[in-house]
Design a protein around this ligand. Structure first.
Ligand SMILES: [Mg+2]
Length: 186
């Protein structure tokens, strides 16, 4: 259903990594990416965690040291997003309503309206992060969901669509599909 409303290309990420820690940040910088937008839930923390781990702190330090601007962009509520963003000293957009554009536009405004092609979005959901980011013409990296347990009903439904998208991708563009090297459990 939803596939009919959007261009199919918008469902396909540019890159797949197992976790956020597997992203080659220097490589992104060399490819002219200057802004990184990160999803929060199940990309950085599972729903039942709230504290940034030392690994997360290290990641944010590296991102900042290289010179990227960084934003947390989450569909979750203000309290959770703000409390996390404070810990890592990053700007944030809460209730972003991904895959719709408004939340992304808010983050772009904070960044002084950069060229969208200099933005990399990292997230775990095809129906919100990948679809939303690709519609914005961002470079999109999809990572594995940290923990499926505790996912909200909307996420469960969108997982259903995600499986359909992936099956179609396998059928229509097997090279790309295998290149993503998705985990079996996805
Ligand atoms: Mg997520």
């Amino acid at each position: 259903m939803l596939e009919l409303l959007f261009n199919k290309r918008h469902f396909y990420p540019n890159e797949y990594k197992k976790t956020v820690y597997d992203i080659d940040l220097q490589d992104l910088w060399n490819s002219n990416i200057r802004i990184i937008m990160l999803d929060l839930d199940n990309t950085l923390l599972s729903y039942d965690e709230y504290k940034a781990t030392s690994k997360i702190h290290q990641l944010f330090e590296t991102i900042k040291r290289i010179g990227f601007k960084i934003y947390i962009i989450s569909n979750n509520k203000k309290e959770r997003v703000r409390s996390f963003a404070k810990q890592v000293a990053a700007r944030y957009v809460y209730s972003a309503n991904k895959p719709f554009k408004l939340g992304f536009k808010r983050a772009l405004k904070y960044a002084n309206y950069p060229n969208p092609e200099t933005v990399c979005l990292v997230g775990d959901q095809f129906m919100t992060d990948v679809l939303g980011g690709r519609r914005m013409n961002f470079y999109v990296i999809v990572v594995n969901t940290i923990k499926r347990k505790g996912e909200k009903w909307f996420t469960k439904i969108s997982k259903y669509y995600e499986r359909r998208i992936l099956r179609r991708l396998l059928r229509t563009d097997p090279d790309f599909y295998y290149n993503m090297k998705l985990d079996e459990k996805r």
